[in-house]
Design a protein around this ligand. Structure first.
Ligand code: L37
Length: 292
């Protein structure tokens, strides 16, 4: 292995320690505990796991969490009414609607209903719009892309002037990651399903953010020697040697790429824990914004 391993778990813990200290200082100063409302519509097993991890992180950091599970056949009106109640509740500083929503719901309308000062996921069109425009500041940056940039900075990877390639153009990761990299003065290419000659495009990258949802997609011979590789993918690979019968792998072929890259994040223990840490940071920020 030639690449330096980027320890997402340790870097996330440092972020969470800082948040916990700031929360304790707030409470000691007589201010409220930051509160996060989580909304989970339906029974997706992965979403339920992630939401549980978010509630646990709140408890660990001295913050409140309020969980609102809704049945998968909830109507648009029911979901939006819940969001509006949470907007009006002063004990709720942040509102997280776990995506994806069931297909019959209009995601855009739900996200638009969230008060922008409580939009800790940063998906409200005003926050995303500000992220996309020069000289504008979003109130919150989407957690997973924010975590990716934090991992690069903590590892000492220079973003300014770098050629960055983002694999995937989702609303949750790829597109906001590309926007953030532009703000950090990288030169950014977004690769997607219609991109021609993907290996050649990836070979030019000093920084790769892989969020394409295809197991072990990025191969060792696609990677420029010394490049920084951030693997956002979470895929279950059948593995008879594991109790669960599978193991988690990313969108990067770790065993091949670690021999070529300069820096690489593992899966698990890379970007995943950062998503939660940045959500906690955003929830603290929401409380601070709402103090004023
Ligand atoms: N903020 N995050 C936000 N909003 C959403 O709408 N869908 C979504 C979202 N996604 C999300 O929470 N993803 C996520 C993914 C992985 C982890 C946490 C959150 C994580 O910690 N993963 C662990 C492995 C967990 C496991 O064993 O299943 C890891 O180390 O990668």
């Amino acid at each position: 292995m030639s690449a330096q391993l980027i320890d997402g778990k340790a870097i996330a813990q440092k972020v969470k320690d800082d948040v916990a200290a700031a929360v304790a200082a707030r409470v000691a100063a007589g201010k409220s505990k930051p509160g996060l409302a989580t909304v989970l519509v339906g029974e997706r097993v992965d979403s339920a796991t992630y939401v549980r991890m978010k509630q646990k992180a709140c408890a660990d950091l001295g913050m409140e969490s309020f969980h609102h599970p809704l049945p998968s056949d909830s109507t648009q009106e029911e979901v939006e009414n819940l969001v509006r109640e949470l907007n009006a509740d002063p004990t709720v500083n942040g509102i997280l609607v776990q995506l994806p929503l069931p297909d019959h719901l209009d995601e855009e309308k739900v996200l638009q209903a969230i008060d922008i000062t409580k939009d800790v996921d940063g998906f409200h069109p005003i926050n995303i719009g500000r992220l996309a425009q020069k000289g504008r500041e979003p109130l919150f940056v989407p957690c997973t892309p924010f975590g990716c940039i934090h991992l690069l900075k903590e590892s000492g990877v220079k973003i300014e002037g770098a050629n960055a390639v983002v694999l995937g153009r989702s609303n949750i990761v790829g597109m906001p990651a590309a926007l953030l990299l532009v703000r950090e003065n990288a030169t950014v290419t977004v690769v997607h399903s219609r991109t021609q000659n993907i290996p050649e495009v990836v070979r030019r990258a000093d920084i790769v953010i892989a969020a394409i949802g295809k197991m072990e997609f990025v191969r060792g011979d696609w990677v420029k020697p010394g490049a920084a590789i951030i693997d956002v993918g979470i895929n279950s690979k059948p593995d008879a040697t594991r109790k669960r019968g599978y193991r988690l792998v990313g969108d990067v072929n770790f065993d091949e790429v670690k021999e070529v890259a300069g820096y690489i994040t593992p899966v698990p223990g890379g970007v995943g824990p950062m998503t939660i840490a940045m959500l906690m940071k955003n929830t603290l920020r929401a409380a601070e914004i709402q103090d004023q």
